[in-house]
Design a protein around this ligand. Structure first.
Ligand SMILES: [Ca+2]
Length: 284
């Protein structure tokens, strides 16, 4: 026989469990259908950008902006002054290579970082000395290359799908994958990438917004936490400006540099508040 007090406690526990069981599907459904918030951006200043540059990659390193541009016969690697946007150095790619994503990554821990430039469909990754823009090596790339970012330990490569490939930095072998979702919806055509204070940022092909993605090791890895709205920047752009595609980050000034294909300006944005702290770790 169960004592009366224990019986009441059991009934109370069962009732709580039943309420939780009923509440859970509704909570999940709500979370699965709520879009990630769209955040407005604050423009700090803007600088000149070559309106002929078909931007595919942008990265900041030691006081300079580096850019990769695409199109056959027009692809380049550039170093620019981040104050004025003025061109400091330029290297041209062979006419049969279409330049794509760009990142700085050392071959091994402790080594000086070298520039790593993807090509679109040519199956080639090129590396360069960032000071001279002299090509130092050539590697094989499986499938297409779109965007590239370095988090200090591994590279993230986009290829136009909803899934990022994780690569080790020596021979660029694949070590993992990250499927990007907004709730349950796959986020396709991920393009230019940037690693910012523990978050992964991605342009989406043809859209004036940047996805803020929770990276591997964070809670809800692969989920879009927010969108950065770039649409208002169009007001200050020539009508010829094409897709937004170019994100770089200067951690010293906490500034985001954003530009796009054939944009005549590069915008320097304040770091959105969400990005001032790294994403949460998984709950235990
Ligand atoms: Ca970038």
């Amino acid at each position: 026989m169960i004592p009366r007090r224990a019986a009441i406690a059991s009934i109370a526990a069962i009732t709580v469990m039943a309420v939780l069981a009923l509440a859970r599907p509704a909570a999940c459904e709500s979370a699965a259908t709520t879009p990630a918030p769209t955040l407005s951006v604050q423009v700090r200043r803007s600088l000149a950008h070559d309106p002929a540059a078909f931007t595919q990659g942008l990265v900041f390193h030691q006081g300079a902006l580096f850019e990769s541009t695409g199109l056959y016969g027009q692809s380049t690697l550039r170093r620019m002054d981040p104050q004025t946007g003025g061109l400091l150095a330029l290297a041209r790619l062979p006419g049969r290579l279409f330049g794509e994503g760009l990142a700085l990554a050392p071959e091994r821990p402790g080594a000086a970082p070298r520039l790593v430039q993807l090509t679109w469909r040519e199956g080639v990754i090129l590396t360069y000395d960032p000071d001279s823009l002299r090509q130092t090596a050539r590697h094989r790339l499986r499938d297409q290359g779109w965007g590239l970012a370095w988090d200090g330990a591994r590279l993230y490569l986009s290829d136009g799908t909803d899934t990022l490939r994780l690569l080790e930095p020596r021979a660029f072998a694949e070590t993992g994958r990250l499927a990007v979702r907004e709730n349950t919806r796959p986020v396709r055509e991920l393009n230019e990438l940037e690693w910012v204070e523990g978050w992964l940022l991605a342009n989406i092909w043809g859209q004036d917004r940047i996805a803020v993605i929770r990276p591997p090791g964070a809670q809800d890895a692969g989920q879009v936490a927010a969108w950065l709205d770039l649409a208002p920047l169009r007001r200050d752009l020539a009508p010829e400006a094409e897709a937004a595609n170019g994100i770089a980050y200067d951690p010293r000034t906490r500034a985001l540099y954003v530009t796009g294909k054939r944009w005549d300006r590069t915008f320097v944005l304040d770091l959105p508040t969400l990005l001032t702290h790294p994403p949460d770790k998984p709950r235990r």
